[in-house]
Write a protein that binds this ligand. Structure first.
Ligand SMILES: [Zn+2]
Length: 332
């Protein structure tokens, strides 16, 4: 039978590392009733992602939520805390549901009609959720064996960060304090400071915007910088390459030629920061350029930073300044 969900392209491999085989004829699933629509979608990677290999034991609710959201990110699955049961002051049960549950579906062509609100996008009934129970003996939460992983919507994550500028600025400051800050920590701190509860996905996207989505490989970066240094050491140490390894990570590069050009054409200098992280380390490039007597653009120095912030820029300017003082060149 041929329908829109049995196309060949839908049988492609799921992106990301899958340790388990992509098998939906799992005997555990037999106990769970899938409806007609879910049966139709369950071999389709656009609707289905098996996260049964995710960790099953957690000490806390937030640890579980953070782990599931960050593991789910490359496969476009996100979770939120859905139910929560407490006995006294202690949580005994919680469930993480697909973050789309009861949210308007953005993949739908269909609308619901309501007497008061008029036309509104269909709301998702996504059933995907996992339940965790407190195991007193082990002293941690344990995941229930069976759960559904067939969504009623396409697996797509909104990549945009919709947080207002001042909030983003506050989150940036939190990152500067602790580069490895967790999403739930940010949510908690913002809640304490502003009384505003942020969505996990928004904070995740904000952190991605601020820090980039790949972890910076510092040892490799140092090796690469050493290679660049070697390439330019024919002149007596006139190439300056310095690296600031704190937070933020900043690189400053100025070869002898760049300094000579600066000496000649230092009347005008443009400092510009790249909009995108277009290199394998995910760093922003900072260009310090000018213009020569032929009206051509020339490079005075270049820098790289992993976070766009005052600290990074002032560090680069200080390096530039130090170099000017050292080589007895007038400042612009
Ligand atoms: Zn879902």
């Amino acid at each position: 039978m041929h329908d829109e969900f049995s196309d060949e392209e839908n049988f492609q491999q799921i992106p990301g590392e899958c340790n388990t085989t992509f098998d939906f004829y799992d005997h555990e699933l037999d106990n769970m009733e899938l409806n007609k629509d879910e049966l139709r979608k369950m071999n389709d990677a656009k609707y289905t992602y098996d996260f049964s290999r995710y960790p099953r034991h957690f000490k806390s609710v937030h640890e579980a939520l953070d782990t599931y959201c960050s593991l789910g990110y490359p496969n476009k699955v996100q979770f939120r805390l859905y139910e929560h049961k407490q006995a006294g002051s202690k949580t005994v049960f919680f469930s993480l549901a697909c973050y789309m549950r009861h949210q308007p579906r953005y993949d739908t062509k269909y609308y619901t009609y309501d007497a008061q609100q008029g036309r509104a996008p269909k709301v998702s009934n996504c059933n995907v959720n996992v339940r965790f129970y407190w195991n007193e003996r082990e002293g941690q939460f344990e995941r229930k064996e069976c759960f559904k992983y067939v969504h009623d919507h396409r697996l797509e994550i909104d990549e945009r960060c919709l947080l207002p500028g001042p909030l983003l600025h506050d989150i940036k400051l939190l990152v500067m304090e602790n580069f490895d800050i967790q999403v739930s920590e940010v949510i908690q701190k913002v809640y304490h400071a502003h009384g505003k509860r942020l969505r996990h996905l928004d904070v995740l996207n904000a952190l991605k915007l601020i820090k980039g989505d790949v972890r910076l490989d510092l040892p490799n970066l140092m090796l690469d910088l050493d290679q660049v240094k070697e390439k330019y050491t024919n002149d007596d140490n006139e190439t300056q390459i310095t690296l600031n390894t704190g937070t933020p990570i900043v690189v400053f590069i100025q070869t002898r030629e760049m300094m000579d050009t600066y000496r000649l054409y230092r009347e005008v200098m443009l400092v510009n920061v790249a909009k995108k992280r277009k290199n394998k380390y995910g760093l922003f490039q900072v260009h310090m350029t000018g213009i020569n007597n032929y009206g051509r653009a020339v490079v005075f120095a270049t820098g790289f930073t992993n976070i766009k912030c005052k600290e990074a820029y002032s560090w680069i300017f200080q390096e530039f300044y130090k170099r000017c003082v050292q080589l007895n060149v007038d400042l612009p």
